[in-house]
Design a protein around this ligand. Structure first.
Ligand code: ATP
Length: 298
């Protein structure tokens, strides 16, 4: 029995290792957004210096043929400006960001970046120009350094430190006994939701994209963490075209423009104040959130 035990134990170990690397591989696909069904056209252009003007023109989209998700969406984000998207759960907010990243192709209309339909851009140049801070950040079972550097493998240590400082995670990392070499992820140090978000912000900052997508976490953070994250996000979005998928209205008061999505359509659009004055869905959502003892409210 004991003779058998060791090989089985090794097999068990190997199995766990393989399973873990498969999980990592799946995560990598999520991170890289690899979707074989979206292919480059032969004529797709490589554009190096994307400025970041974004336009959705009469965009309609469905994941499955029997259920329209977005209908006739029109908006523009001028270079360097911030557009926030709000609306009830399931309205189609995150779908907008997936479409901009060309995770999926649309059924009707066009999505343009710097006036070029993104189907005519190489996916590589489009994706190089877009940084995403997702709702839930996936960390590799590797060092914090690797997890940030991953966004731009050729980055110098100084660049990585700068990104981490701007994301307000540098001091926390230095306070760990192994600093930037600390292993994080499922098998390493488990970071809190707020810490993971900061790593994601550092990643996005290191990539230095002209377009930033911020998909706000639905889970509430405590108000001090929330403020810190908001500071880091404000810094990250300064000077970049930013699309914020917002769940907490308090975070988007300063947005240049806000669109309210309801049942896959734009129900209202304007600045925070203009929408409040309008007294429609946005004003209603605002009132509801004010009533909730949300951690984000200060
Ligand atoms: P939330 O505020 O809850 O994050 P949301 O407004 O961001 O919601 P989306 O994630 O854009 O909503 O989803 C819009 C609709 O599309 C939902 O009804 C959802 O079930 C559906 N949906 C999302 N992803 C897929 C998918 N991969 N396949 C089919 N349907 C999907």
């Amino acid at each position: 029995m004991t003779q058998l035990y060791r090989p089985l134990n090794i097999l068990g170990f190997a199995y766990r290792e393989i399973k873990q690397s498969l999980t990592d591989l799946e995560k990598m696909f999520v991170l890289l957004d690899i979707k074989p069904e979206v292919n480059d056209r032969e004529s797709a252009k490589t554009v190096e210096n994307i400025q970041g003007r974004v336009a959705f023109e009469n965009v309609s989209f469905r994941y499955d043929s029997d259920r329209p998700i977005l209908s006739n969406i029109n908006f523009e984000i001028p270079t360097g400006k911030t557009l926030a998207v709000v609306g009830p759960t399931g309205a189609g907010k995150s779908t907008l960001s997936r479409i901009l990243f060309r995770f999926y192709d649309i059924d009707k209309g066009s999505v343009k970046v710097d006036g070029i339909d993104i189907r005519n851009l190489s996916q590589k140049s489009l994706r190089k120009a877009i940084g995403i801070v997702p709702q839930d950040t996936v960390l590799f079972n590797d060092s914090i350094l690797y997890n940030i550097k991953y966004a731009r493998p050729e980055a110098s240590v100084d660049d990585i430190y700068r990104a981490a400082k701007d994301a307000q995670i540098h001091d926390f990392i230095l306070s760990l006994p192994k600093g930037y070499e600390t292993i994080v992820g499922e098998r390493g140090l488990k970071l809190s939701g707020g810490e993971k978000q900061r790593v994601a912000i550092a990643r996005a900052l290191l990539k230095d994209p002209s377009i930033l997508i911020l998909d706000e976490a639905t889970s509430a953070l405590d108000s001090a963490t929330e403020r810190g994250i908001q500071d880091a996000l404000d810094r990250a979005s300064a000077g970049r075209t930013t699309l914020v998928i917002a769940h907490r209205l308090s975070t988007i008061i300063k947005a240049d423009n806000i669109i309210v999505i309801e049942n896959g359509e734009i129900a209202e659009q304007g600045t925070h104040q203009a929408l409040l004055n309008q007294g429609g869905l946005y004003a209603q959502l605002w009132k509801q959130q004010k009533k909730m003892p949300a951690a984000s409210e200060t």
